[in-house]
Design a binder for this molecule. Structure first.
Ligand SMILES: C[S@@+](CC[C@H](N)C(=O)[O-])C[C@H]1O[C@@H](n2cnc3c(N)ncnc32)[C@H](O)[C@@H]1O
Length: 217
């Protein structure tokens, strides 16, 4: 990434309370370069400029750390080009990651990025999230997603693989108050409820974001 994008990344992460060291910055930069390289051949993201990648993919992914801390096991459902799981793994290596996506080329990209960055404790799986329950029943401390689905559908997929005291976090690209209000009855029927909605502004953009934290009733 160009220097200005690296600076936006460092400053944006710091605004979220995440101080990136030189090695983490270099890994995030390598990841962004690999994303751009693959994106010329396969469609991983519509976001292609360095500064946009820095803020809307990398800093946005790291905002998950407002709600999630290691150690623990984390599942990222519908992770696409590796967001938020790969940036979060780079910064919080004591989170053991499982990342799933229904599109094989996206998982191939993630596997390549994991090799390139020498990440350990990261499993990328080409499966539909609905099929995870047998192998991964009650396995995860955290089940997260970004830009994935409506809240009740996501929670229905997440609950079978969540540990009893685990937490589900939906990363929403705008203020989520209305969606949360509309989801209450469906969540209640699933045996879950919203514990917290963390509203914030994505650094460097002014864009509204929400983290919706959900647990079992
Ligand atoms: C809009 S993309 C978001 C990707 C990434 N989380 C991000 O924020 O950039 C949604 C992803 O969910 C995947 N997906 C949709 N339904 C799925 C399912 N049932 N199980 C696993 N992945 C699914 C799609 O293949 C797609 O890559």
């Amino acid at each position: 990434m160009i220097q200005s994008a690296k600076e936006l990344l460092k400053k944006g992460a710091a605004e979220l309370g995440v101080q990136l060291d030189a090695a983490q910055l270099e890994s995030l930069n390598l990841f962004a370069e690999e994303l751009k390289k693959w994106n010329r051949k396969i469609n991983l993201t519509a976001i292609t400029g360095d500064e946009e990648i820095a803020l809307k993919h990398l800093v946005d992914s790291l905002s998950l750390l407002k709600a999630v801390r290691g150690p623990g096991r984390l599942l990222d459902i519908g992770s696409g080009g590796g967001f938020p799981c790969i940036p979060v793994k780079i910064v919080q290596p004591d989170l053991e990651m499982v990342s799933v996506d229904a599109v094989v080329k996206k998982i191939s990209f993630q596997k390549q990025a994991v090799r390139l960055l020498n990440l350990t404790g990261f499993t990328a799986l080409h499966v539909r999230a609905e099929t995870l329950a047998q192998e991964y029943a009650a396995s995860f401390d955290w089940v997260v997603s970004r830009a994935f689905s409506d809240i009740p559908s996501f929670v229905a997929m997440a609950l079978p693989v969540l540990k009893p005291e685990g937490r589900i976090v939906a990363m929403k690209g705008r203020s989520a108050a209305e969606e949360v209000e509309g989801a209450k009855d469906k969540l209640d029927a699933l045996g879950a409820g919203v514990l917290e909605v963390m509203d914030f502004t994505l650094p460097g953009t002014g864009d509204a974001r929400s983290l919706v934290v959900i647990g079992r009733n």
